[in-house]
Design a protein around this ligand. Sequence first.
Ligand code: NAP
Length: 238
Amino acid sequence: MASDRLKNRKAIVTGAGSGIGAATAVRLRADGAQVFTADVQGDVDFTADLTALDANARLVEQAVAAMGGLDTLVPCAGISAFHPLEGHDDAYFRRVMEVNLVAVFRLVRNAVPHLKAAGNGRIVTIGSTTSSHGDEGLSAYSASKHAVLGFTKSVAAELGPFGVTVNCVQPGAIATAMTAPAFAQMPEFRTFWENKAPLRRLGQPEDIADVIAFLCSDDARFMSGHGVWVDGGAMVRH
Ligand code: NAP
């Protein structure tokens, strides 16, 4: 339910042209935040490939100018595809790391002065169940998402003294453009995830956005450095 709990927040949400990022921008705005959106595609405030060397610096600069400050980051942009190890080329492995990890690092680094100045900054990174587990064909993705969780913990340690909380949401299987091709090609994969979750369904982008909004709010003020599973309970079952 919408509220005014984020009414003084000034947030950047990346990956906001689709899926979880788009739902997050809607939810943060519904809770009163100003939101500056970025993506490589879609209806956003800043359009760029966020792996470009200067993209995140420009994004922070434009967001601060547009909102009059910056205290919240939600880097949602990400890519994933199944690639068995044999035939898995260096270029794709590097690309996954650049999008899912290095671009997140650059966004956070460039925003640090603003987050420190805010005194109550919030960073919510997006990991995955594969931040803690592995899966066939997902070596690059899982490596990048383990790294995002580790990055989150260290940033929490470094920025905590400045009042910044840093947490990592770990979604289960969510119905978005990212998962649609795999679910279409492998219906048994979709059924597996629906049955694995005790709640017996795939997640929707809003299921993740609502938890992100909570982590951005004052209600989560004493929570930092954690991975938060939002998976319908899927990962409690073997
Ligand atoms: P999505 O619907 O595909 O949204 C991701 C967005 O990020 C897309 O608009 C995508 O654009 C954009 N993007 C990709 N590379 C980019 C780049 N270099 N620069 C700027 N934007 C870029 O996927 P989603 O499911 O919402 O995923 C959001 C986040 O949740 C990702 O980090 C993903 O790893 C994570 N996640 C998703 C699931 C799931 O089941 N869906 C589960 C766990 C974690 P293009 O479409 O053009 O690539």
